[in-house]
Write a protein that binds this ligand. Structure first.
Ligand code: NAD
Length: 496
């Protein structure tokens, strides 16, 4: 294991991470530990926001709507967002170190995806807002003089942003950037597992001159704690949430009395369909990425892989060969795959590895924990795992595991593949691998999901709609869809 260089060092080592409320960094008595999942070591403590601090943050956010922020022109607001993006880019190594310190994810992923995308979100929504127009309809009236209808976009108000731990900075900024671009104020809560990059974001907002109260950050747990205090508070007008489906259901309950606007990006149990006519090597390489990226902790990961029977055996063998060759380690080990987020999550994933055996599945490779013989044995590592032979109603095939694991099953006909892919309560995304263009479109069109990739996976343009159907979410984010959620469109009708 390589020793980290000073440039790799976690920026909050040994400190207590503050909350950020009304332009001030606040530390309070309540705190919790931030644990590095590579070795189980406590790397920092984190201020836990109680209900009183959440209340202060929300009141500051409400007041800021009618302060200098509320009077800024769209151009001024967007210039400020670009400054935030530039500060993220200037402090790039710190953001990377914060993200890998919390998650243990590979440096390659943090430097190529998580942090650049975080900065890109601010640039993208500044661009989109500047380009947004409004609708105008002429109408005729009985007196012949007519009327003109035109719409204006106003902020929704105070937005609560709740983010998960798997892509912490990318997913938080994916909501914070459009919410601010549209003129709202924000109280954000990162996952209790990943407080660090969000704390750096608060610093960057401060340095960029974002007025006090416009962006606030509260740390803490969800149920009966910071998260619940936030989403149930009457000052919140809209909630943008990414996380588990069960959490979405709990938030919906808390939000119901206030009839708050909800945007939910929830769990998945995504299918990959591999047809025999697909480019075999591309399908294997793409499925490796879609199963094992971020240690299987991407909501878009494929946990169910269906392969047309003529290439089934060959596909399973090829995927298993590559999975066995994956190296595991911390961010500074230049490994292919990092740990899971925590020991608790490791126990959950391992329980599915065990369940697969009791459900009469075959464990083709993996199925346990690696042995390093050093401090990483105190971390949250599991082996990349491939299962076959499970019944379609087995829990391992039905429930989201959120680890580096997939189940592979054969199919004989296109209609059967479509039926198997859709036989789930989730509906986030699917991947279809085929060289037949007609089939690609025909199958993609029938998927009961929000996004389909044909001959690829996780190729994202920030302007396209993103979201899930069934238990995978409510609404769409991305491009104009985010702007629509974070704005109230008002119509003005002028009688001529
Ligand atoms: P989680 O639901 O446990 O937690 C997400 C956030 O919600 C955390 O900040 C948590 O503190 C907070 N929270 C928990 N209970 C709450 C409550 N009652 N009130 C308010 N806040 C509460 O999710 P996680 O374990 O952090 O993330 C993994 C899950 O996220 C997986 O299910 C994954 O599929 C999903 N996810 C979905 C997408 C998507 O775009 N659809 C993207 C990434 C992750």
């Amino acid at each position: 294991m390589r020793s980290p260089t000073p440039a790799d060092l976690y920026p909050f080592a040994g400190q207590q991470l503050p909350c950020y409320v009304n332009g001030e960094f606040v530390r309070a008595a309540g705190s919790f530990e931030n644990v590095n999942p590579v070795n189980g070591r406590v790397i920092a403590t984190v201020t836990a926001a109680d209900a009183a601090l959440v209340d202060r943050a929300l009141r500051a956010a409400r007041a800021a709507l009618s302060g200098p922020w509320g009077r800024m022109s769209v151009a001024e607001r967007c210039a400020l967002l670009r400054k935030v993006a530039e500060r993220i880019e200037q402090r790039f190594p710190e953001f990377v170190s914060a993200e890998v310190g919390d998650t243990g994810k590979t440096l390659k992923q943090a430097t190529s995806l998580d942090i650049p995308r975080g900065a890109a979100n601010f640039h993208a929504y500044a661009d989109l807002l500047l380009a947004r127009g409004s609708e105008c309809f002429e109408m005729s009236t009985p007196d012949g003089r007519g009327a003109l209808n035109y719409s204006v976009h106003k902020p929704v108000g105070v937005v609560a942003v709740i983010a998960p731990w798997n892509l912490p900075f990318l997913l938080m900024t994916w909501k914070v950037a459009p919410a601010l671009a549209c003129g709202n104020t924000v109280v954000a809560k990162p996952s209790e597992e990943t407080p660090s990059s969000a704390t750096l974001l608060a610093q960057v907002m401060h340095e960029a001159g974002v007025p006090p109260g416009v962006f606030n950050l509260v740390h803490g747990f969800g149920p009966a704690a910071t998260g619940e205090a936030l989403v149930s508070h009457p000052e919140v007008n809209a909630i943008a949430f990414t996380g588990e489906t069960a959490t979405g259901a709990a938030i919906m309950k808390s939000a119901a009395p206030g009839v708050k606007a909800l945007s939910f990006e929830l769990g998945g149990k995504n299918a990959a369909l591999i047809f025999a006519d697909a480019d075999f090597e591309a399908a294997v390489a793409g499925t490796m990425r879609s199963v094992f990226s971020n240690t299987g902790q991407v909501c878009l990961c494929s946990e169910r892989v269906y392969v047309e029977r003529p290439v089934f055996e060959r596909f399973v063998a090829a995927l298993a060969t590559r999975a066995r060759a994956l190296t595991l380690g911390g961010p500074h080990d230049a490994a292919d795959m990092g740990p899971l987020i925590s020991r608790a999550h490791r126990d959950k994933v391992l329980s599915y590895y065990h369940l697969a055996r009791t459900e009469h599945g075959e464990v083709v490779c993996g199925g346990g924990t690696p042995h390093f013989g050093d401090e990483r044995d105190q971390g949250a590592f599991v082996e990349p795992t491939i299962l076959t032979g499970l019944a379609e109603d087995a829990r391992c095939v039905k429930e989201e595991i959120f680890g580096p694991v997939c189940h592979i099953a054969p199919f004989d006909a296109e209609a059967e593949a479509v039926r198997l892919a859709n036989d789930t309560r989730y509906g986030l995304c699917a991947a279809v691998w085929t060289s037949n263009l007609q089939r690609a479109h025909r199958v993609a069109r029938q998927m009961e999901v929000g996004s389909v990739w044909v001959n690829d996976w996780y190729l994202r343009d920030l302007r396209v709609p993103f979201g899930g159907v069934k238990l995978s979410g409510i609404g769409r984010e991305g491009g104009a869809h985010s702007l629509a959620f974070f704005s109230e469109a008002m119509n003005i009708c002028v009688k001529l």
